[in-house]
Design a protein around this ligand. Structure first.
Ligand SMILES: Nc1nc2c(ncn2[C@@H]2O[C@H](COP(=O)(O)OP(=O)(O)OP(=O)(O)O)[C@@H](O)[C@H]2O)c(=O)[nH]1
Ligand SMILES: [Mg+2]
Length: 305
Protein backbone atom coordinates (compact mmCIF):
# COMPACT_ATOMS: atom_id res chain seq x y z
CA UNK A 1 0.00 0.00 0.00
CA UNK A 2 1.38 3.47 -0.81
CA UNK A 3 2.02 5.98 1.93
CA UNK A 4 -1.04 7.84 3.16
CA UNK A 5 -0.99 11.57 3.80
CA UNK A 6 -4.12 13.09 5.18
CA UNK A 7 -5.28 16.67 4.95
CA UNK A 8 -8.14 17.49 7.29
CA UNK A 9 -10.84 19.91 6.16
CA UNK A 10 -12.18 21.49 9.34
CA UNK A 11 -15.27 23.66 9.43
CA UNK A 12 -18.78 23.98 10.79
CA UNK A 13 -21.94 23.66 8.69
CA UNK A 14 -22.03 25.66 5.45
CA UNK A 15 -18.30 26.42 5.63
CA UNK A 16 -17.51 25.47 2.02
CA UNK A 17 -15.63 22.19 2.62
CA UNK A 18 -17.49 19.95 0.15
CA UNK A 19 -17.52 22.50 -2.65
CA UNK A 20 -13.80 23.10 -2.25
CA UNK A 21 -13.08 19.37 -2.20
CA UNK A 22 -15.22 18.79 -5.29
CA UNK A 23 -13.64 21.61 -7.28
CA UNK A 24 -10.20 20.39 -6.20
CA UNK A 25 -11.04 16.82 -7.21
CA UNK A 26 -11.86 18.13 -10.69
CA UNK A 27 -8.50 19.92 -10.84
CA UNK A 28 -6.69 16.79 -9.63
CA UNK A 29 -8.58 14.61 -12.11
CA UNK A 30 -7.91 16.96 -15.02
CA UNK A 31 -4.25 17.14 -13.97
CA UNK A 32 -4.63 20.91 -14.07
CA UNK A 33 -2.70 21.87 -10.92
CA UNK A 34 0.20 21.19 -8.58
CA UNK A 35 -1.39 17.95 -7.35
CA UNK A 36 -2.26 15.44 -10.05
CA UNK A 37 -4.08 12.16 -10.21
CA UNK A 38 -1.59 9.28 -10.31
CA UNK A 39 -4.16 6.46 -10.62
CA UNK A 40 -7.91 6.10 -10.23
CA UNK A 41 -9.01 5.83 -6.58
CA UNK A 42 -10.69 2.55 -5.52
CA UNK A 43 -13.79 4.52 -4.60
CA UNK A 44 -14.74 7.84 -6.15
CA UNK A 45 -18.49 7.74 -6.53
CA UNK A 46 -18.97 10.40 -3.83
CA UNK A 47 -16.59 12.81 -5.56
CA UNK A 48 -17.98 12.15 -9.02
CA UNK A 49 -21.60 12.59 -7.91
CA UNK A 50 -20.68 15.94 -6.33
CA UNK A 51 -18.72 16.89 -9.47
CA UNK A 52 -21.77 16.31 -11.66
CA UNK A 53 -23.74 18.67 -9.45
CA UNK A 54 -21.06 21.36 -9.71
CA UNK A 55 -20.59 20.87 -13.45
CA UNK A 56 -24.36 21.37 -13.76
CA UNK A 57 -24.03 24.88 -12.34
CA UNK A 58 -25.15 24.13 -8.77
CA UNK A 59 -23.17 24.27 -5.58
CA UNK A 60 -22.66 20.88 -3.96
CA UNK A 61 -25.28 20.34 -1.28
CA UNK A 62 -24.94 20.08 2.49
CA UNK A 63 -23.30 16.89 3.80
CA UNK A 64 -25.61 14.94 6.08
CA UNK A 65 -24.49 14.10 9.56
CA UNK A 66 -22.89 10.66 9.75
CA UNK A 67 -21.74 10.62 6.11
CA UNK A 68 -18.10 9.69 6.54
CA UNK A 69 -16.39 9.32 3.21
CA UNK A 70 -12.67 8.84 3.42
CA UNK A 71 -11.70 10.01 -0.12
CA UNK A 72 -8.38 8.36 -0.66
CA UNK A 73 -6.83 9.57 -3.92
CA UNK A 74 -3.54 8.32 -5.40
CA UNK A 75 -1.68 11.53 -6.30
CA UNK A 76 1.69 12.87 -7.39
CA UNK A 77 3.20 16.29 -7.90
CA UNK A 78 5.15 17.57 -10.90
CA UNK A 79 8.39 19.47 -10.40
CA UNK A 80 7.68 20.92 -6.96
CA UNK A 81 9.56 20.61 -3.69
CA UNK A 82 9.16 18.31 -1.91
CA UNK A 83 8.00 15.77 -4.47
CA UNK A 84 4.78 14.12 -3.26
CA UNK A 85 3.52 10.68 -4.16
CA UNK A 86 1.08 8.48 -2.28
CA UNK A 87 -2.54 8.40 -1.27
CA UNK A 88 -4.00 11.76 -0.39
CA UNK A 89 -6.74 11.19 2.20
CA UNK A 90 -9.23 14.07 2.44
CA UNK A 91 -12.30 13.01 4.45
CA UNK A 92 -15.41 15.15 4.02
CA UNK A 93 -17.42 15.29 7.22
CA UNK A 94 -20.50 17.35 7.90
CA UNK A 95 -20.12 20.57 9.85
CA UNK A 96 -22.43 19.15 12.54
CA UNK A 97 -19.95 16.33 13.12
CA UNK A 98 -17.17 18.88 13.54
CA UNK A 99 -19.26 20.88 16.01
CA UNK A 100 -19.89 17.65 17.95
CA UNK A 101 -16.12 17.10 18.21
CA UNK A 102 -15.85 20.53 19.81
CA UNK A 103 -18.86 19.98 22.10
CA UNK A 104 -17.59 16.60 23.31
CA UNK A 105 -13.94 17.69 23.22
CA UNK A 106 -13.03 14.29 21.85
CA UNK A 107 -11.91 12.87 18.50
CA UNK A 108 -13.72 9.81 17.29
CA UNK A 109 -11.62 6.65 16.91
CA UNK A 110 -11.69 7.23 13.17
CA UNK A 111 -10.02 10.63 13.48
CA UNK A 112 -7.58 9.37 16.07
CA UNK A 113 -6.49 6.63 13.71
CA UNK A 114 -5.76 9.28 11.09
CA UNK A 115 -3.50 11.36 13.35
CA UNK A 116 -0.46 9.30 12.32
CA UNK A 117 -0.89 10.22 8.64
CA UNK A 118 -1.87 13.85 9.27
CA UNK A 119 0.13 16.19 7.02
CA UNK A 120 -1.78 19.44 7.45
CA UNK A 121 -5.19 21.07 7.88
CA UNK A 122 -7.42 23.54 6.13
CA UNK A 123 -9.89 25.44 8.31
CA UNK A 124 -12.90 26.77 6.43
CA UNK A 125 -14.78 29.99 7.20
CA UNK A 126 -17.41 30.92 4.62
CA UNK A 127 -17.95 34.55 3.68
CA UNK A 128 -21.51 35.73 4.33
CA UNK A 129 -22.63 32.41 5.82
CA UNK A 130 -25.62 32.53 8.14
CA UNK A 131 -24.14 29.63 10.09
CA UNK A 132 -21.31 31.73 11.47
CA UNK A 133 -21.92 32.28 15.18
CA UNK A 134 -20.71 35.74 16.10
CA UNK A 135 -18.96 36.45 19.37
CA UNK A 136 -21.23 38.25 21.82
CA UNK A 137 -20.58 41.96 22.03
CA UNK A 138 -22.27 44.33 24.50
CA UNK A 139 -25.28 44.71 22.26
CA UNK A 140 -25.61 40.96 21.55
CA UNK A 141 -25.13 40.18 25.22
CA UNK A 142 -27.95 42.52 26.13
CA UNK A 143 -30.19 40.96 23.49
CA UNK A 144 -29.41 37.39 24.60
CA UNK A 145 -29.29 37.74 28.34
CA UNK A 146 -30.91 41.05 29.27
CA UNK A 147 -29.60 43.89 31.38
CA UNK A 148 -27.43 43.25 34.46
CA UNK A 149 -30.49 43.42 36.72
CA UNK A 150 -32.06 40.31 35.25
CA UNK A 151 -28.85 38.51 34.31
CA UNK A 152 -28.76 34.96 35.59
CA UNK A 153 -32.50 34.62 35.93
CA UNK A 154 -32.80 32.39 32.90
CA UNK A 155 -29.69 30.59 31.76
CA UNK A 156 -29.82 29.18 28.22
CA UNK A 157 -31.22 25.64 28.23
CA UNK A 158 -28.86 22.75 27.60
CA UNK A 159 -27.95 22.51 23.94
CA UNK A 160 -29.24 26.01 23.25
CA UNK A 161 -25.94 27.81 23.59
CA UNK A 162 -23.74 27.85 20.51
CA UNK A 163 -20.06 28.64 20.88
CA UNK A 164 -18.88 31.47 18.63
CA UNK A 165 -17.31 30.14 15.43
CA UNK A 166 -13.86 31.57 16.17
CA UNK A 167 -13.87 29.93 19.61
CA UNK A 168 -14.74 26.56 18.03
CA UNK A 169 -11.89 26.90 15.51
CA UNK A 170 -9.38 27.75 18.26
CA UNK A 171 -10.63 24.79 20.27
CA UNK A 172 -10.11 22.37 17.34
CA UNK A 173 -6.57 23.67 16.91
CA UNK A 174 -5.82 23.32 20.61
CA UNK A 175 -7.23 19.79 20.61
CA UNK A 176 -5.08 18.95 17.62
CA UNK A 177 -1.95 20.32 19.25
CA UNK A 178 -2.68 18.33 22.39
CA UNK A 179 -3.33 15.12 20.46
CA UNK A 180 -0.18 15.46 18.37
CA UNK A 181 1.87 16.00 21.52
CA UNK A 182 0.32 13.09 23.39
CA UNK A 183 0.83 10.69 20.48
CA UNK A 184 4.51 11.68 20.15
CA UNK A 185 4.03 13.09 16.66
CA UNK A 186 7.17 14.23 14.83
CA UNK A 187 5.33 17.23 13.36
CA UNK A 188 7.06 20.34 14.74
CA UNK A 189 4.76 22.99 13.30
CA UNK A 190 1.50 21.73 11.89
CA UNK A 191 0.55 23.55 8.70
CA UNK A 192 -2.89 25.13 9.10
CA UNK A 193 -4.37 27.00 6.16
CA UNK A 194 -7.18 29.39 7.00
CA UNK A 195 -9.49 29.30 3.99
CA UNK A 196 -12.04 32.06 3.48
CA UNK A 197 -14.39 30.27 1.12
CA UNK A 198 -16.80 32.04 -1.24
CA UNK A 199 -14.33 34.91 -1.57
CA UNK A 200 -16.56 36.17 -4.41
CA UNK A 201 -19.14 37.01 -1.71
CA UNK A 202 -16.76 39.03 0.48
CA UNK A 203 -18.11 42.60 0.71
CA UNK A 204 -16.48 44.97 -1.80
CA UNK A 205 -14.78 47.11 0.85
CA UNK A 206 -13.08 44.02 2.34
CA UNK A 207 -12.12 42.48 -1.01
CA UNK A 208 -9.38 45.03 -1.55
CA UNK A 209 -7.68 43.61 1.54
CA UNK A 210 -6.09 40.21 2.07
CA UNK A 211 -7.74 37.13 3.60
CA UNK A 212 -5.80 37.86 6.82
CA UNK A 213 -7.39 41.34 7.00
CA UNK A 214 -10.76 39.66 6.68
CA UNK A 215 -9.95 37.30 9.56
CA UNK A 216 -8.67 40.21 11.63
CA UNK A 217 -11.89 42.18 11.23
CA UNK A 218 -14.44 39.32 11.39
CA UNK A 219 -12.66 36.84 13.69
CA UNK A 220 -10.36 38.99 15.87
CA UNK A 221 -9.79 36.37 18.56
CA UNK A 222 -8.74 33.80 15.96
CA UNK A 223 -6.47 36.40 14.39
CA UNK A 224 -4.75 36.95 17.75
CA UNK A 225 -4.44 33.19 18.26
CA UNK A 226 -2.75 32.92 14.86
CA UNK A 227 -0.36 35.76 15.67
CA UNK A 228 0.66 34.28 19.00
CA UNK A 229 0.92 30.57 18.15
CA UNK A 230 3.43 30.46 15.34
CA UNK A 231 5.72 28.27 17.45
CA UNK A 232 3.37 25.30 17.13
CA UNK A 233 1.59 26.07 13.87
CA UNK A 234 2.61 27.35 10.47
CA UNK A 235 -0.29 29.43 9.22
CA UNK A 236 -1.17 30.69 5.75
CA UNK A 237 -4.34 32.33 4.49
CA UNK A 238 -6.35 31.49 1.41
CA UNK A 239 -9.33 33.12 -0.27
CA UNK A 240 -11.14 30.59 -2.46
CA UNK A 241 -13.87 31.01 -5.01
CA UNK A 242 -15.18 27.79 -6.52
CA UNK A 243 -16.47 29.29 -9.75
CA UNK A 244 -15.53 32.98 -9.53
CA UNK A 245 -19.10 34.11 -8.79
CA UNK A 246 -22.34 32.90 -7.24
CA UNK A 247 -24.64 30.78 -9.43
CA UNK A 248 -27.75 32.07 -7.72
CA UNK A 249 -26.88 35.70 -7.11
CA UNK A 250 -24.84 36.83 -10.14
CA UNK A 251 -27.24 37.45 -13.05
CA UNK A 252 -26.40 35.35 -16.14
CA UNK A 253 -23.46 33.65 -14.45
CA UNK A 254 -24.83 30.11 -14.46
CA UNK A 255 -25.33 30.26 -18.23
CA UNK A 256 -21.80 31.56 -18.78
CA UNK A 257 -20.49 28.76 -16.56
CA UNK A 258 -22.46 26.06 -18.37
CA UNK A 259 -21.07 27.26 -21.70
CA UNK A 260 -17.49 26.98 -20.44
CA UNK A 261 -15.16 24.43 -18.87
CA UNK A 262 -15.46 24.02 -15.10
CA UNK A 263 -11.71 24.02 -14.49
CA UNK A 264 -11.39 27.43 -16.15
CA UNK A 265 -13.57 29.00 -13.45
CA UNK A 266 -12.74 30.19 -9.95
CA UNK A 267 -9.54 31.20 -8.24
CA UNK A 268 -7.44 30.91 -5.11
CA UNK A 269 -5.69 33.73 -3.24
CA UNK A 270 -2.61 32.68 -1.31
CA UNK A 271 -1.15 34.78 1.47
CA UNK A 272 1.65 34.08 3.91
CA UNK A 273 3.91 36.41 5.93
CA UNK A 274 6.19 37.00 2.94
CA UNK A 275 4.12 36.46 -0.17
CA UNK A 276 0.71 36.75 -1.73
CA UNK A 277 -0.55 35.91 -5.17
CA UNK A 278 -3.65 34.74 -7.05
CA UNK A 279 -3.81 31.40 -8.81
CA UNK A 280 -6.28 29.39 -10.86
CA UNK A 281 -5.11 26.22 -9.17
CA UNK A 282 -7.57 24.88 -6.58
CA UNK A 283 -5.10 22.19 -5.52
CA UNK A 284 -2.83 24.93 -4.13
CA UNK A 285 -4.20 24.99 -0.53
CA UNK A 286 -3.95 21.18 -0.30
CA UNK A 287 -0.48 21.23 -1.86
CA UNK A 288 0.56 23.80 0.76
CA UNK A 289 -0.96 21.70 3.56
CA UNK A 290 1.07 18.74 2.29
CA UNK A 291 4.24 20.79 2.73
CA UNK A 292 4.84 21.94 -0.85
CA UNK A 293 6.74 25.20 -1.38
CA UNK A 294 3.86 26.78 -3.31
CA UNK A 295 5.62 30.12 -3.81
CA UNK A 296 8.54 28.53 -5.67
CA UNK A 297 6.07 26.38 -7.61
CA UNK A 298 4.01 29.40 -8.63
CA UNK A 299 7.11 31.38 -9.65
CA UNK A 300 8.23 28.50 -11.83
CA UNK A 301 4.81 28.50 -13.49
CA UNK A 302 5.17 32.23 -14.21
CA UNK A 303 8.66 31.62 -15.61
CA UNK A 304 7.31 28.87 -17.86
CA UNK A 305 4.73 31.41 -19.01
N1 LIG B 1 -20.71 32.18 -3.98
C1 LIG B 1 -20.09 31.12 -3.51
N2 LIG B 1 -20.73 30.31 -2.65
C2 LIG B 1 -20.06 29.25 -2.18
C3 LIG B 1 -18.73 28.93 -2.54
N3 LIG B 1 -18.34 27.82 -1.87
C4 LIG B 1 -19.42 27.45 -1.13
N4 LIG B 1 -20.45 28.31 -1.31
C5 LIG B 1 -21.77 28.30 -0.68
O1 LIG B 1 -21.63 27.72 0.59
C6 LIG B 1 -22.58 26.68 0.77
C7 LIG B 1 -22.01 25.64 1.68
O2 LIG B 1 -20.93 25.01 1.06
P1 LIG B 1 -20.56 23.49 1.38
O3 LIG B 1 -19.38 23.15 0.54
O4 LIG B 1 -21.76 22.63 1.29
O5 LIG B 1 -20.15 23.64 2.90
P2 LIG B 1 -19.77 22.46 3.90
O6 LIG B 1 -18.68 23.00 4.77
O7 LIG B 1 -19.47 21.22 3.16
O8 LIG B 1 -21.08 22.36 4.74
P3 LIG B 1 -21.70 21.05 5.49
O9 LIG B 1 -21.84 19.98 4.47
O10 LIG B 1 -23.00 21.60 5.99
O11 LIG B 1 -20.74 20.72 6.57
C8 LIG B 1 -22.87 26.21 -0.65
O12 LIG B 1 -24.15 25.64 -0.74
C9 LIG B 1 -22.80 27.50 -1.43
O13 LIG B 1 -24.03 28.18 -1.35
C10 LIG B 1 -18.07 29.82 -3.47
O14 LIG B 1 -16.91 29.68 -3.83
N5 LIG B 1 -18.80 30.88 -3.91
MG1 LIG C 1 -20.29 19.33 3.17
Amino acid sequence: MSEQKSVWLLGGPDAGKSNYLTRTWLAIRERAGLIELAALPDEFEYLNTASSQLSGGRFVSHTSRGVHVQNSIPVRTQSVEPQITGDLVVPDYSGEDWIAIHAERRWSEEWESRLGSLAGCLVFLRASSREIVATLDWFGCHKAFGIPLNLGQEAPADGEYQSPTQVVVIDWLQMLRQSLRSTGSTIQRLRVGIVISAWDLVPVDQKSGNPSDYVKSDFPLLSQFIESNSKDFEFAFFGVSIAGADFDRAPGFREEFLNGTVTDFGYVLYQSDDNSFQSRDHTLPIAWALGVDVVAADLRKVERG
